[in-house]
Ligand binder design. Structure first.
Ligand code: G3H
Length: 537
């Protein structure tokens, strides 16, 4: 089997070319773009090519800084100074002024679209349409966030009175937020943490994930230009060396991380005052599809292929196990494999490509181990070329029959391997969900309301989103994105994120002449940013 993960420089369309072997040495500290002269690490693309000596290997995109504890603490100092225990100009700024900074950033960000999209393709192997979608979706998310904050602010722009006590209640910032995003949505998911954190008046230290790093560099200037000094600090390096000392210092109020529970647990355990650390976490998931006997077969197959293989299965929301009723299993497997066969593999910018190289160097080996383990315990690879590997590319493997003795049944594969489990009694998939460590979403496939409703009513209390006749997904981003058990802490959505990164705080006084006079003076003369009934339109 020949899998084209090899490119010829001449053949990369000009619009999608990126500089190779470049030194990316800028970082953002205390409002200044600084040049790094210390240790660096090579950034490899998942795309392979022959070098000048004709040796095949991953394309070297360049180098990025490997920063350490001292740099991390310097960035933390800058973020703490900008917050200044809540008295800094950013946390006390009027909401309308903070919105202006975010709008300015977004206008500058949009100018970098092509550059960022190209790096998404080269660094993490996402297809061109998906990379473009990631960028555009992020911009939409920011504008939606601004509108939502205006609404929140309008609703808070009033003085209430209960039990003879006046109060103005608003949401205030929490402090310094450490933002750590994932590699699979290096722009979107990171900014879904960073932007709400910033716009609510927090200050931030942000470190990109292990892969998908260079794509942040075209945006450093926009951050520096749009935000006051110290409000956003951007570092590069390993989590252990950069994030751990920040949490250990105890001078950080929020850990915002999308990634895995192992790193989240390790990091939070370092905080000296655990009750003070707010967690906003998006973690692992093992979302199942349950395909019932009265399903619309073609629809179920289409959604299950999409759900398990969009971006090669590297989505936290991907369908990671397919429970198929035994009465329709044969037909489902046949159609699933036939549909999968139509997916085109290749390089991210090639037209119609859906399967691409994997960015994690260890992933092909891990996928093979999962397949070998399942096969040794009785599963078969039921599709042609399933599991075939060429360097960073793995052709998806469909495994059947899968059972709970196999590692693939329990582990989040986060890649192109699809376990199919047959069931006779609906209690079997339900028990699996109940016993799972994860609780993000489920997809149910059936044409009949009477088949679906009892399942809906019980599964909404096991997971946080039940999808009817469609794959699992996060979007639309205005809907809550959340999970039970080990899948998440806190809710993310355009609206919920504003709440996750803030705390309710109020100014209250008893209803008497003295206090009314004070309130009126503050309000009439526009003296306070907090006690104010001004509306942002
Ligand atoms: O990796 C997890 C993402 O939040 C999934 O988002 O469902 O829009 O691909 P998506």
């Amino acid at each position: 089997m020949s899998i084209n993960t090899i490119f010829d420089n001449e053949k990369v369309p000009e619009a999608f070319q990126v500089p190779l072997n470049k030194e990316y040495n800028s970082y953002l500290l205390n409002g200044e773009i600084k040049k790094w002269s210390g240790k660096t690490a090579k950034v490899f693309s998942p795309i392979y090519a022959k070098n000048d000596q004709g040796v095949l290997g991953p394309v070297v995109l360049g180098t990025v800084p490997v920063m350490g504890e001292e740099d991390a603490l310097e960035a933390l100092d800058a973020a703490n100074a900008a917050f200044a225990n809540g008295t800094g100009s950013w946390p006390t700024l009027r909401v309308g002024e903070r919105i202006k900074c975010v709008e300015k950033f977004t206008r500058l960000m949009v100018l970098k679209r092509q550059e960022v999209v190209n790096f998404i393709m080269w660094e993490i192997g996402k297809t061109l349409p998906d990379a473009e979608k990631e960028f555009d979706r992020t911009v939409d998310y920011i504008y939606d966030t601004i509108e939502e904050l205006k609404e929140l602010d309008r609703n808070s722009a009033r003085v209430q009175m209960h039990s003879n006590v006046y109060a103005q209640i608003r949401r205030g910032p929490l402090g310094v937020v450490l933002c750590l995003g994932p590699y699979n949505y290096p722009l979107n998911e990171t900014f879904c943490l960073l932007i709400p954190a910033l716009i609510m008046g927090n200050t931030t230290v942000f470190k990109p994930a292990k892969y998908g790093v260079i794509l942040i560099t075209p945006l450093l200037e926009a951050f520096a230009e749009a935000f006051p000094k110290g409000v956003v600090n951007i570092l590069f390096g390993r989590g252990r060396e950069v994030a751990t000392p920040i949490v250990k210092s105890g001078r950080v109020e929020v850990l915002a991380l999308i990634g895995n529970s192992k790193s989240a647990n390790a990091l939070q355990s370092h905080h000296p005052k655990k009750n003070r650390l707010r967690l906003v976490l998006g973690l692992e998931a093992k979302n199942p599809a349950i395909v019932l006997p009265d399903t619309d077969m073609d629809l179920a197959v289409e959604e299950c292929v999409l759900g398990s293989l969009s971006y090669n299965g590297q989505r936290c929301t991907a369908l990671k196990m397919l429970f198929v009723h035994e009465d329709i299993l044969e037909e489902f497997n046949k159609k699933f494999v036939a549909r999968l066969k139509q997916l085109k593999y290749g390089l991210p910018w090639e037209k119609g490509v859906q399967l691409t190289p994997l960015p994690e160097p260890g992933k092909p080996k891990y996928i093979k181990e999962l397949i070998d383990d399942a096969v040794s315990k009785g599963a078969n690879i039921i599709n042609e070329n399933g599991g075939k590997t060429n360097h960073s590319f793995v052709f998806p493997a469909v495994l059947y029959p899968v059972n709970d003795s196999m590692n693939i049944y329990h582990e989040e594969q986060f890649g192109p391997v699809i376990p199919i489990i047959s069931f006779k009694d609906i209690q079997e998939p339900i028990d699996s969900i109940v016993n799972s460590n994860y609780g993000q979403q489920v997809s149910l496939f059936s044409k009949k309301a009477d088949t679906l409703f009892p399942l809906i009513d019980s599964l909404v209390n096991q997971v946080c989103r039940v999808n009817i006749n469609s794959q699992c997904q996060r979007g639309p981003d205005v809907f809550p994105f959340v999970g039970r058990k080990d899948s998440a802490v806190s809710t993310l959505s355009v609206r919920a994120a504003l709440r996750s990164f803030s705390i309710r705080t109020l100014v209250a006084c008893k209803n008497n002449e003295l206090n009314k006079g004070i309130l009126n003076d503050i309000l009439d003369n526009n003296k306070s940013n907090f006690v104010s009934t001004n509306y942002i339109l």
